[in-house]
Write a protein that binds this ligand. Structure first.
Ligand SMILES: Nc1ncnc2c1ncn2[C@@H]1O[C@H](COP(=O)(O)OP(=O)(O)OP(=O)(O)O)[C@@H](O)[C@H]1O
Ligand SMILES: [Mg+2]
Length: 626
């Protein structure tokens, strides 16, 4: 039974000492008590026998003195007997109890006390008699005979003080012995307990240190100073720590492997518990959901993903947890929530078992298929565009021949002398419209025909063809278009591609500009901004549109980056950038979003995109070697 009282010491040393002292003081106390009691009884009996014997001697001496007729000796015998070590007093009385001789103390008494006198009838000739009175006095009495005549009684009183001294001496000796015994055994116990407690304390400190910082095993192995069971225990503990350290290092390696996998795998990974709450996610998953990792932990799927995707995913997880079978390549898509874009995810869910029968978590692997989807979409669109372009080109080509005939016929008609004024006017109008049709077919054909080799291109034609492509939208938006380019300006380039770049830039400007805004298209000879040795042409497309924030501006050259969710593919500037790099050119973007305050309108928003294309006649060779 463990003693848990407050006063009970807490160290093994003091517990053993306290236990020993308790036990020893009880056993020594009991032993001393029994010993002293036994001894005092023995002493008592011996002393009483002696007093008894002394009363016989006194009776014999008095009887002898009386027989010799020497009564004076009686007084001497009484006195000598009374002063002996075992007798407290002695006296001689007549048979009736009248006092004849007294050793001391009772000299003034002439007769025995009543208690003594009542004993007289019980006294026989040859036997002495001892009795104890109420006041604890013990006396032995013997009859004094001379011949057959009872002459008196010899009384000797027992000396308690002598007995007590003997008993005290025994008690003292026992106590001293007991104390010495207890001190000696306490010292022995302290030494022994120390030899147990000290290694145990060492073990305790070691275990605690290990608990507080399991990685720090510098103080191990613990020194083994004793060679007994405790020494064995410390050795076992040391080997346990060593094997734990080994296991931990193996575990750490595995954990680092898993952590690095989780952190660097190019897929989103998440683990949910049986309540569909997130227990762990990697950075890619966090990026996909648009929330920080710590914002997701402990939350349910509908709390971090928009519906209905979240519900579908949760259902899949519940199915996996119930059936313990994985689900692969589940396509989820959605929009909204923290995710600003339309997303498509390819998801696999699998059970995570801690034992063969216990599914503790479900693992979710997410592959972001949004870009692939958008890519496929863009490809479909560009395929459609290409087909439409080819169709338009062939129609334009076919229209060209009859158009030429109509133009010739109109020319002949105009020179007819019989035509009156208004008929001539109509012919001119028809000629004008036919010229417009011819121009449109020419543009369409020129736009489609992509030269496979670079050539010197007239930039006026190139830029005009782009603007006339957007003629309809420019009209609809009522934009003021400023064309600033020299009619004789030319450039050695892949004209079709440069046209595509300008078309993309103008298209973006039209998307961004409000009705009534301005569009500037400029091209002029220039030098490279960085390497002034290089000459070429600098193109500028500027608008007074909505402008871009710095966040958007930083990402515009990324493939598939778009803010036009429904209409944009996010490929325009990416392709343009590639084309400019192919021509060893540079592109620069400046854009501003108006920050108007209540009292003052801010600087107007707008975007200026300029790019430089070097005039490089060796472009074809360089391209070929590249
Ligand atoms: N002139 C501009 N004014 C404001 N924003 C612009 C301008 N030009 C480009 N941007 C921004 O850059 C983004 C990327 O443009 P990009 O041309 O690459 O793709 P897109 O126009 O969205 O789609 P598309 O593939 O159909 O061209 C646009 O979504 C738009 O947010
Ligand atoms: Mg665009």
């Amino acid at each position: 039974m463990a003693l848990s009282t407050r006063w009970w010491p807490r160290s093994i040393q003091w517990q053993m000492l306290a236990g020993l002292l308790l036990l020893e003081s009880l056993s020594i106390g009991l032993f001393a008590f029994l010993l002293v009691r036994q001894e005092s009884r023995g002493i008592h009996q011996r002393v009483i026998r002696r007093v008894d014997y002394e009363s016989q001697i006194l009776a014999a001496q008095v009887s002898e003195a009386l027989r010799k007729g020497e009564p004076g000796w009686v007084g001497l015998s009484v006195r000598m007997m009374g002063e002996g070590p075992t007798a407290a007093s002695a006296k001689v009385t007549d048979p009736s109890g009248n006092m004849l001789f007294v050793s001391k103390g009772e000299a003034d008494e002439t007769v025995l006390e009543l208690a003594e006198r009542t004993q007289i009838p019980l006294i026989t000739r040859n036997e002495s008699r001892c009795f104890t009175f109420e006041d604890n006095r013990t006396e032995c009495v013997h009859a004094i005979y001379t011949g057959d005549e009872l002459r008196g009684l010899a009384w000797v009183e027992f000396n308690w003080a002598t007995t007590q001294e003997l008993i005290d001496a025994i008690s003292r000796t026992t106590a001293i012995f007991g104390i010495i015994w207890m001190i000696a055994s306490a010292i022995l116990v302290l030494i022994m307990a120390h030899s147990i407690a000290q290694p145990l304390a060492l073990l305790h400190r070691g275990a605690r240190a290990l608990m507080n910082s399991p990685e720090d095993t510098q103080q191990f192995p613990l020194p083994v100073k004793v060679h007994n069971e405790i020494g064995d225990l410390i050795e076992t503990f040391n080997s346990m720590v060593a094997s734990l350290a080994e296991q931990r290092s193996g575990l750490n390696d595995t954990l680092s492997l898993l952590d690095s996998m989780l952190a660097n795998a190019p897929i989103g990974l998440a683990f949910v518990d049986r309540n569909c709450r997130i227990v762990r996610v990697n950075q890619i998953f966090a990026d996909l959901t648009g929330l920080l990792i710590e914002q997701q932990l402990g939350r349910s799927l509908p709390e971090i993903l928009p519906q209905p995707g979240a519900q579908n995913l949760e259902n899949a997880v519940l199915r996996v947890l119930a059936s313990e079978e994985p689900i692969r390549n589940l396509e989820l898509s959605g929009q909204g929530g923290k995710l600003t874009r339309h997303w498509t995810w390819l998801i696999s869910v699998y059970p995570v078992k801690t034992t063969p029968r216990n599914v503790r978590w479900a693992g979710i692997i997410v592959l972001d298929a949004s870009e692939r989807k958008r890519g496929e979409e863009a490809l479909r669109r560009s395929e459609k565009l290409a087909v439409t372009g080819r169709l338009a080109a062939s129609i334009a080509h076919e229209i060209n021949n009859p158009l030429e005939a109509i133009t010739n016929l109109l020319f002949l008609l105009r020179n007819f002398s019989s035509l009156d004024e208004s008929a001539l006017h109509y012919v001119k109008m028809a000629e004008y419209e036919v010229r417009r049709i011819a121009e449109i077919t020419q543009q369409t054909l020129r736009f489609y025909r992509q030269s496979t080799l670079p050539a010197r291109a007239t930039l006026t034609d190139l830029l005009d063809s782009v603007l006339s492509l957007y003629q309809g939208r420019l009209h609809a938006l009522d934009l003021r278009v400023e064309r600033r380019y020299n009619p004789r300006l030319d450039l050695f380039c892949f004209a079709g591609e440069i046209r595509q770049v300008v078309a993309n830039l103008v298209g973006n400007s039209l998307d961004a500009t409000q009705p009534g805004g301005r569009l500037l298209v400029r091209a002029r000879p220039s030098r490279d901004w960085k390497d002034t040795e290089r000459t070429g042409v600098r193109f500028v497309v500027a608008d007074t549109g909505v402008g871009m924030t710095s966040v958007v501006r930083d990402r515009i050259f990324e493939a598939f980056f778009t803010t036009k969710e429904d209409t944009g593919t996010g490929l325009g500037l990416w392709v343009s950038h590639e084309i400019i790099l192919k021509h060893q050119g540079i592109i620069r973007v400046r854009s501003r979003v108006e920050t108007a305050s209540l009292f003052a309108p801010g600087p107007p928003s707008g975007t200026v995109i300029q790019f430089f294309i070097p005039d490089n006649p060796n472009l074809a060779d360089e391209q070929a070697s590249a």
